[in-house]
Design a protein around this ligand. Structure first.
Ligand code: IMP
Length: 431
């Protein structure tokens, strides 16, 4: 069984926690896009661990994680993360595989990311990790891949060309200081040596694993609304965070995928700029931020919060072909008196029920809400759907009806054990 887990909102849906649970039924964990702009939080034994590049299921011993060709890799960040995993007793030499087609992030990408963001009239609110500029080089066909980094013969010349070009751009357009080619060459040659034992051909590695009957879990980073083609462009990240990205990014055929699980928070959050139709007024915002600990796992920025947007989530279900959905952070709604669900957008006289591609239209729309009574009691100890307060059950059933797919998992707190299954997620059947 090969499963893709994708974010069905703007990222930060709590995928790390869901992946942690599903890892019990997987042998290989794969990251297929994005880079260390992602932050997947897992709480194990009361300790918090945030994964940025390495697949988050690796806290389970005996699993193997692959960083696929669609990922952009900052070697320094990767080595630092491996070091932290080592500190937890994980044999990273065995556990971490790095696809040789993945592109490498260099310090000039990071500096360009920050300089371009500062120079923009309409800021995107990027994470400043060099993600966009690295993907730009990939598409412009001047990027440097892991295979190139590890090739001692061709790497110096490739790097020299890029450093020269980026230095011109940084100095002449952005008034930034240049990078020293020699310093970068030596530093990245040292990274190459440290990374070499982990490098594999990603698609071949996965093909062999599948032939051996291994189960693969593809971990999407960010979320559908941040997808370059299907999100709120231009307020998106530079990769395909949707399920299709798993096939191109990992190099596996679509026919190899058995299930797609979409992850939604019981409400909505977004970090960075761009429209968020259901965004709360200040008082509710503060309440959700505090109760849901809504601060970015990568940058620490406060997340913008709002009511559940069923138009967004339905769009995500359709784009990703979600068989089932997992709902996280239900407990954050525990003390809310009346809960709102956005079921459409009003633009003047017109009500829109399908997610629009026009981001300016989305920004000016007013949400159309449906109200449901809250449950005003604690859900954190529930172990079965039937143990949830009736109003919480009604809320979840309403989400299922609006999205047209069953719920397979519900998380009611940050602790590892605060999550339970509903029905059989393998068959996609509901309770
Ligand atoms: P970039 O990916 O750093 O280029 O940032 C582009 C947009 O995506 C910004 O609004 C970021 O805040 C957002 N973003 C990137 N990665 C994540 C993530 O893992 N979770 C939530 N938002 C993200």
């Amino acid at each position: 069984m090969n499963v893709i887990v994708v974010g069905a909102q703007w990222g930060d849906e709590g995928k790390g926690k869901i992946i942690d649970v599903l890892t019990e039924e997987a042998d290989i964990l794969v990251r297929y896009q994005g880079g260390n702009n992602a932050g997947h939080t897992v709480v194990a034994d009361g300790q918090e661990f945030i994964f940025h590049l390495i697949p988050s299921g690796l806290l389970h011993p005996g699993k193997v994680g692959l960083i696929g060709h669609g990922v952009v890799v900052d070697p320094e960040a990767l080595l630092e993360e491996m070091q932290r995993l080592k500190g937890r007793g994980i044999d990273v030499r065995q556990a971490v595989k790095l696809g040789d087609g993945a592109h490498v992030i260099f310090p000039y990408h990071k500096r360009l990311d920050v300089a371009q963001e500062a120079a923009r009239t309409g800021r995107l609110g990027t994470t400043g990790r060099g993600i966009g500029p690295c993907y730009v080089d990939k598409v412009a066909r001047c990027g440097i891949r892991i295979a190139d980094l590890c090739d001692r013969q061709s790497f110096p010349e490739r790097l020299r060309r890029n450093v020269e070009e980026k230095n011109r751009l940084l100095q002449l357009v952005y008034g930034e200081s240049p990078f020293s080619y020699q310093e970068l060459l030596e530093r990245y040659q040292a990274y190459a040596e440290q990374l070499a034992p982990h490098v594999v051909n990603g698609p071949r590695f996965l093909r062999a694993a599948m032939a051996a009957g291994k189960r693969i879990l593809f971990e999407g980073a960010q979320g559908t609304m941040l997808d370059l083609d299907h999100g709120t462009y231009p307020y998106v990240t530079s990769s395909n965070a949707t399920a299709g990205g798993a096939c191109t990014g990992a190099g596996v055929p679509p026919t190899a995928i058995d299930r797609v699980i979409g992850v939604v928070k019981a409400y909505t959050t977004r970090v960075g700029e761009g429209p968020l139709p259901t965004e709360f007024p200040p008082q509710l915002m503060e309440r959700f931020r505090a109760r849901g600990r809504e601060f970015g796992a990568t940058t620490g920025r406060p997340r913008r919060c709002g009511w559940f947007d069923a138009v967004v989530a339905r769009h995500a279900v359709l784009i990703n072909g979600c068989d089932v959905i997992a709902v996280t952070k239900l407990d954050v709604l525990d003390d809310v008196e009346t809960i709102q669900i956005c079921v459409g957008y009003r633009d003047g006289e017109r009500v829109i029920e399908e997610f629009p591609s026009d981001t300016a239209l989305l920004a000016r729309c007013e949400p159309v809400y449906e109200s449901l009574p809250g449950w005003r009691s604690d859900t954190g100890a529930a172990e079965r759907f039937e143990e949830l307060p009736p109003a919480a059950q009604r809320y979840l059933k309403r989400l299922e009806a609006l999205l047209g797919v069953p719920i397979c998992l519900i998380s009611t707190g940050s602790q590892r054990e605060q999550v339970f299954r509903v029905g059989s997620w393998l068959t996609g059947a509901s309770a």
